[in-house]
Design a protein around this ligand. Structure first.
Ligand SMILES: Nc1nc2c(ncn2[C@@H]2O[C@H](COP(=O)(O)OP(=O)(O)OP(=O)(O)O)[C@@H](O)[C@H]2O)c(=O)[nH]1
Length: 320
């Protein structure tokens, strides 16, 4: 049986197998594992926090794997240690699109200064995001000084990733017509740096034009988010892009941003767990109450009180 000290030593030694085992532990939902994981995280935390944390987002097909492989190898070539984590609540880990999948980043996964971990499969976004945040503590304590967190450009996972990184990078593609139309507005607000990817060969001109249009549109929105072009395939623009990432981090109060993220994360966990427990407690009475609402015997407001009464020992609900 692996003890607390084994996990701790494995991670601090920076040994890949030890890191992988510790991440498996923090991803586990078994109560005894959770307890061991939290003890481990408390001890690892003082060793963590020294990495640059960068989120990488973009719709499927934008070229994230190729991009991360190219950026990651250029960073390890400059002496960095790069960890790639992922948040993809839909991942099944058996075929299909699994973020952070090693087979999609063959060069980087063979690089001894890189560590790639696919998205945990815990199910809910909250669960997956929590496991990834905890994995970030593990890889940082193990000495990785750059953490790239990949996410799919769909659903709420981008917000979850933006909440755990210092800089959120949005990859997009050149499109004809209105550049903003193809990008969800909320995601634009999350982005600290935007890059029009696949700016190579015959696409290069279109990518440049798209980037300048997008920059113009952002200026109208009073945003100063830098917009660049790059190519994961040729490596063009990656150096300038990394300069912008570093510049962004130098321009914000990182300590304050991370403190805010920790507190927000705490409350997000409270909400998640409260809802989960409420769901468990309410499960036996829920069908009957729902039926009464549908029959008109209960108003939704009274029904909500009934459900909360099953959860709270005494009537402490804020409503009426
Ligand atoms: N021309 C060009 N093609 C690229 C570039 N990057 C990726 N591609 C191609 O675009 C397709 C998708 O690239 P992937 O790197 O797998 O990325 P993705 O589709 O975002 O996929 P996931 O990482 O699975 O989300 C592949 O056919 C790549 O060969 C690039 O910089 N230039």
């Amino acid at each position: 049986m692996t003890t607390h000290d084994d996990y701790l030593r494995g991670v601090l030694k920076g040994d890949r197998r030890g890191i992988a085992r510790a991440i498996t532990l923090v991803e586990s939902t078994r109560p005894d594992h959770r307890e061991l994981a939290q003890r481990l995280l408390v001890e690892l935390t003082p060793h963590a926090g020294k990495a640059r944390r960068v989120g990488v987002s973009g719709v499927p097909g934008v070229g994230k794997s190729t991009f991360i492989e190219a950026l990651g190898t250029s960073l390890t070539a400059r002496g960095h240690r790069v960890a790639v984590l992922a948040v993809d609540p839909s991942s099944k880990r058996s075929g299909g699109s699994i973020l952070g999948d090693k087979t999609r980043m063959a060069r980087l996964s063979a690089d001894r200064n890189a560590f790639i971990r696919p998205s945990p499969t815990a199910g809910t976004l909250g669960g997956v995001a929590t496991a990834t945040r905890e994995a970030m503590v593990v890889v940082e304590a193990a000495g990785y000084d750059i953490v790239l967190v990949e996410t799919v450009g769909v659903g709420q996972s981008e917000t979850a990733v933006a909440d755990m990184v210092d800089t959120f990078l949005l990859l997009t593609l050149a499109r004809t017509g209105d550049q903003l139309q193809g990008i969800k507005k909320g995601v634009l607000e999350l982005a600290d740096v935007i890059a029009v990817n696949k700016a190579d060969g015959e696409h290069e001109q279109a990518a440049r034009k798209a980037a300048s249009e997008l920059a113009g549109a952002l200026r109208l929105l009073r945003s100063s988010t830098p917009v660049l072009t790059c190519s994961g395939m040729t490596g063009a623009g990656l150096e300038e892009l990394w300069i912008q990432v570093v510049r962004h981090q130098e321009g914000v109060d990182l300590a304050a941003k991370r403190s805010r993220q920790q507190v927000e994360w705490t409350w997000a966990l409270v909400r998640d767990r409260l809802l989960a427990r409420l769901g468990e407690k309410a499960a036996p009475i829920a069908p009957a109450i729902e039926r009464q609402v549908l029959d008109g015997a209960l108003t939704p407001s009274l029904a909500a009180d009934r459900i909360l009464e099953a959860f709270l020992p005494e009537r402490e609900t804020p409503s009426g």
